[in-house]
Structure formats: structure tokens, C-alpha cells
Design a protein around this ligand. Structure first.
Ligand code: ZN
Length: 470
């Protein structure tokens, strides 16, 4: 069996000369060596000796060669076998005395578990497995029998660390279909690997020295489930996330921070819709609450969409109602982003539906008011907008105006500060994209892990060849 993959080894080592393998059972020098080619000796079992002139004059064992190819330290390869599932390397840790898999401390040997396999990075289409029969130890610190630590994988994972690192990297940069296809694993497995990668790579100091934070609710599963996310505006990364979107959820975050770190927070940008404000008032004594532009505009955008839907229901079956089909994006998009078709739709609305067009103008005027750089002028514009919106006879806008009036102070603080608009908006779009990518994960934990992986400032270093330096 072993001889089958012998020509492959020649390819991997990059030998340019013609490959002349020779199956022989005796130990000794063969004529091939003199010609600068290969020689191979089969020992009693499946141990092979190779000699590649380009690398060294010293014969290299297949097991040694594979140990180097694996790129895992503290590991020894005992045997190489080609089976139906791919290449199976029988390995063992370099250390003799076993360590506990959970805490890493040396512990007395108890017995051996059953042999198991770990999936490693494959060679092209061939899967590669590491096989080992791990020992079990009696760990005093963990209080019981644990499987020993192995140098190639983390506790309770059936994938090696380099494999998980590459999966994490691909999950950061590409979509679901490509990750599952490139790595040959299911999407649920990707979710579990991402959780493990995040657990060991997330910066533990991410909660220290927070000064400007952004708190946002984040809906998934068609707005049936919610997460609360906390963003560090200065370092542009997610620092915390949890299930739920109430004041209690946010309070859990402040409790984790502790009063000392809470006191350092200067600015908190939040969503007006959420119930976060009471938690902030209680726990952040020094923080200024800012309602950023993104959330204010989203509030008004939602009101506009409500008016559109009301009009659709009211005018059902009439020619005016038909004109309203496919107007959603024309109304909600920024005017400079409209396509020609959407421009046409918009002028139709202008001609046929006065209330909806009024709602559209209200949305646009608010955006202009928030554009002002001087707080005084912005305040004036905002006040004018509020009186117009309250008299507009459009219920959703009357309600939105009430909310905005209530939080006027925080909205003007945004204009004073003008720090977060782009960051928050860009970040939210990215989060949404990632949530779409994480679609199909069960429960909130894999989604949170995915958010941390992609927006938590985690930099992965997968085992890939470096591009040549020019
Ligand atoms: Zn232990």
C-alpha cells in the first residue's frame, strides 16, 4: 500500500529530475542514487527511506518528511498509510508524560481511550488524518478523568489547529458555500470551529479602556430574535454581544465591566428604539448619550415605509394603488443613488399620491437638517422639521416626531460631536452582511462567534504559502 503514494512524495518535494522509484526489500545502496534520482528502501514494515539530492545528502524517512509537512511542533509520526478515506498518519506527542487535556497540567496515567482521528489540512483532493490512541489521566485540578492534551488540536476538537485556523480565515473572508466546499465540511461544523477559534483568539483586554461605545440591537431570523452588540468606536471592533435587547441585557454588560471601567466611558451612542437608555442612566455616571444619525434616519425611514404600506392597503384594486408597486427602494434610497427606473417611480408618486410624497419629503428634509455642521442651525432646522411632521396628518410621522423631540438633546449631541456616523453605519452594514452569512446557524452562540470573528479585531494566520517577494 505504501508504495502507491511514493511518486506523490517526489512531487511534493519539488524534485525536477525524473522520478525513478524502485521497490526493494533489502537495505543497501541502489544504483539510482548515483544518477541523481531517487532510491527507496522498504524495511520490514512500511518505513521508507528517500534521498533527494536537491535537499540533502542525508536520507530522510517518510515519517520525518511528514512530520515536517504537518507543521505541528512536539509531534512524532510513526506510520503513514493510504486508506480509503485518505492518508492516515499514526502520530503521538513528543512528550512522554501525559498532560490533562483541559488544564494542561501533568497528571498520572489512568488508561487509554479508544483510537481516534483528527482531520488535518488535506493534500489536494486527498484528506489527511492524524490517528492516535490518547491516554486518559486522573487530573486533580479538574477533578476527574480527562483525555490527555495533544499538541495538534485543542481539547474536544476532532480537527487539528491549522485546519481550524484556515476554516476561521475563510469564514472571515468568504461565504458559506465556498467555505464548505473548500474545506469539505458541513456548515454546522464551520459554526462549531468558529466558536473554538474565537474562544482562543479573542483579545481578552478588549473591555479595558473603553471610552466611546456604540450600543445597538441586532435582529435576525426575520426580526424574531435579537442580539445586543457593543462596539468600541475608537478601535472599530465589536467588544461584547449577547442574546436579547432589553435594559437587563445591557446591564449584564455593565456588570461585567465593573464600576471602575464603566466610569471611564465618555460617550455612548444608542438606538432610540431600544430600552437601553435606562440602563445607561443607571450604570454610566459620566457618559454622554448620543443618538447617532444612522438611528434617527432609520426611525424616519421606518415611518415612511409604514405610510407606504397604509396607502397600499387603502388604494388596493385602484389604478393609483397599482402605481405604488415597487416604489419601496425609490422612496428609501438616497436620492443620489437612484436608478433611472426609480426616478420614474418617484415622479409617479409625486403625481398620484400626495400623502406618500409628503412623507418622502419629510424623510429627505430631516436628512438635510442633520447635515448642518453648526449645532445652532441644526437645532433650528430640527425644530422646523418637528412642527411640520407633527402637523403632517401622517400618523407614523407624528409618532416619530414625538420620539425625536423626546431625545432632541442626544440628537444634537451627535451634531456637536459628529464622530460616529460613518463608522457606525459602515459597521452595521457589515454586521448585517455577516448575519446573512451566518444564516442557518442554530441558536445565537454561533452567530455571536461569527460577529466576533469578523468584527472583533481577530487576525488569523492560516498556514498558507507566502507570496514571493519582488
Ligand atoms: Zn486538568
Amino acid at each position: 500500500m505504501t508504495v502507491d503514494f511514493f511518486p506523490r512524495i517526489a512531487l511534493w518535494t519539488g524534485a525536477k529530475r525524473s522520478i525513478r522509484g524502485k521497490r526493494s526489500t533489502g537495505v543497501g545502496r541502489s544504483g539510482n542514487e548515483a544518477a541523481g534520482g531517487w532510491r527507496a528502501h522498504g524495511f520490514a514494515d512500511e518505513l521508507w527511506v528517500l534521498n533527494v539530492h536537491r535537499f540533502s545528502e542525508v536520507p530522510v524517512r517518510v515519517t520525518t518528511l511528514f512530520r515536517r509537512l504537518l507543521g505541528v511542533s512536539d509531534l512524532l509520526v510513526e506510520k503513514v498509510q493510504l486508506s480509503e478515506d485518505g492518508l492516515v498518519l499514526r502520530v503521538r506527542p513528543r512528550w512522554r508524560r501525559p498532560r490533562c487535556g483541559e488544564c494542561g497540567r501533568r497528571a498520572p496515567l489512568e488508561d487509554r481511550a479508544r483510537p481516534r482521528r483528527w482531520r488535518h489540512l488535506g493534500l489536494g483532493a486527498i484528506r489527511l488524518w492524524l490517528e492516535y490512541q490518547p491516554r486518559r489521566v486522573l487530573c486533580r485540578r479538574c477533578g476527574g478523568i480527562r483525555v490527555e492534551r495533544v499538541p495538534w488540536a485543542v481539547h474536544q476538537s476532532r480537527f487539528t489547529e491549522p485546519f481550524e485556523e484556515l476554516v476561521g480565515y475563510l469564514a472571515q473572508v468568504t461565504d458559506k458555500t465556498k467555505v464548505t466546499k473548500l474545506m469539505g465540511i458541513s456548515w454546522a461544523t464551520v459554526g462549531r470551529i468558529v466558536e473554538r477559534v474565537v474562544a482562543r483568539r479573542l483579545d481578552p483586554a478588549r473591555l479595558d479602556d473603553l471610552k466611546r461605545i456604540g450600543i445597538d440591537e441586532f435582529s435576525y431570523r426575520r426580526r424574531h430574535r435579537y442580539l445586543t452588540t457593543v462596539v468600541d468606536h475608537e478601535r472599530r471592533r465589536i467588544v461584547w454581544a449577547a442574546k436579547g435587547h432589553s435594559a437587563a441585557t445591557l446591564k449584564a454588560f455593565f456588570e461585567e465591566l465593573g464600576p471602575e471601567r464603566c466610569a471611564k466611558i465618555e460617550v455612548a451612542t444608542i438606538d432610540m428604539a431600544g430600552g437601553y437608555i435606562s440602563a445607561i442612566e443607571q450604570c454610566l455616571p459620566r457618559a454622554r448619550v448620543v443618538f447617532d444619525r444612522f438611528h434617527v434616519q432609520r426611525l424616519v425611514g421606518d415611518a415612511l415605509d409604514k405610510v407606504r404600506r397604509e396607502q397600499l392597503v387603502e388604494l388596493r384594486g385602484t389604478p393609483e394603488g397599482k402605481e405604488l408597486f415597487r416604489t419601496r427602494f425609490a422612496l428609501l434610497k438616497n436620492p443620489w443613488n437612484l436608478t433611472r427606473y426609480e426616478h420614474k417611480k418617484l415622479s409617479q408618486v409625486q403625481r398620484t399620491n400626495a400623502p406618500l410624497y409628503r412623507a418622502y419629503l419629510l424623510k429627505e428634509t430631516l436628512a438635510q437638517a442633520l447635515d448642518y455642521r453648526q449645532p445652532k442651525r441644526a437645532k433650528q432646522a430640527l425644530k422646523e422639521w418637528l412642527s411640520w411632521a407633527s402637523r403632517s396628518k401622517l400618523k407614523p410621522f407624528v409618532k416619530a416626531a414625538r420620539t425625536i423631540r423626546k431625545h432632541m438633546h442626544g440628537i444634537l449631541a451627535y451634531i456637536d460631536d459628529r464622530m460616529t456616523n460613518g463608522i457606525v453605519e459602515g459597521f452595521n452594514n457589515r454586521l448585517r452582511m455577516i448575519a446573512r452569512r451566518a444564516f442557518g446557524f442554530h441558536g445565537s452562540q454561533p452567530l455571536i462567534a461569527m460577529l466576533f470573528l469578523c468584527c472583533g479585531g481577530i487576525e488569523l494566520d492560516p498556514p498558507l504559502p507566502r507570496p514571493p517577494q519582488t
